[in-house]
Write a protein that binds this ligand. Sequence first.
Ligand SMILES: Nc1nc2c(ncn2[C@@H]2O[C@H](COP(=O)(O)OP(=O)(O)OP(=O)(O)O)[C@@H](O)[C@H]2O)c(=O)[nH]1
Ligand SMILES: [Mg+2]
Length: 293
Amino acid sequence: MSHRAGYIAIVGQPNVGKSTLLNRMVGQKVSITSRRPQTTRQRLIGIVTRPLAQYVFVDTPGFQTRHGGTLNRLMNRCVSRSISDVDAVLWVVAAPRLDAADREVQGLIGKTVPLVVAVNKIDAVGNKNELLPLLGEIHALAEPRAIVPVSARSGDGVEDLLAALRDALPERERLYGEDEITTASERMLAAELVREKLFRLLGEELPYSATVEIEKFELEGGLRRIHAGILVDKPGHKGIVIGKGGAKLKEISTQARQDMEKLFGGKVFLEVWVKVKSGWADDLGILKRLGIE
Ligand SMILES: Nc1nc2c(ncn2[C@@H]2O[C@H](COP(=O)(O)OP(=O)(O)OP(=O)(O)O)[C@@H](O)[C@H]2O)c(=O)[nH]1
Ligand SMILES: [Mg+2]
């Protein structure tokens, strides 16, 4: 069999498990995930290398049509661009049924790029026969190359998904080294891991506008010394992030550090501050600096 390789955009509405699925395929947390919709804010590359194929996945923000605003506009543009220059699209939907937002995403993908559909979260479906109408509907609507039921959480079906995606890729040599799992810098990954803990540990209390900036990233032998600033909109939000006696902030920084050590494969010294910065979500200057354009 010949070697295949190519770019695959992972698209779908918010919260269907796109990033969880990417991490499951890569075998490392390269993309952050949480229960809240719109966790992913910018494109992120995750690479899977197998003897006969290399998959270069482009994780994207959930396509979102309900809210206006600069951040959402930029995130949607990022998804559209991702679809236009890839070899295949992986459309992710969550079992057990499609809703209006899923159908809207399908309309945006169109039928020009080879399409594979992952029906995710099948671990939450008791009787697998319940999936049959969904599979039929997807088939009629999108005419994909393949529809693969998966659970990003348990790993069920993920090898079948990779096999189906291989068929959708062109014959081509590897595009990246076999050890590479992402093109994102450690600096960006560090910021994202802190943001993940904010999303996970603060839940609904956390305003969407909170973000993270890495102020210092130094490598001393095997030790990474990282200073991260959490930017919030209002003084009131600062207290929420810090928590009683600093407990929340401590938890955020401990969990982020543990994930960084796992991902970077070395010891990390992490300090996290909280700062008030108003109106950043509509400030194009800051968005540019954070790499969201
Ligand atoms: N039960 C179940 N939950 C899952 C599965 N995959 C993801 N989830 C959960 O779904 C939620 C959203 O997962 P994400 O991977 O962040 O979803 P996403 O599509 O990347 O979301 P955005 O980046 O916000 O668009 C998280 O709470 C995940 O734990 C799955 O296979 N089964
Ligand atoms: Mg995501």
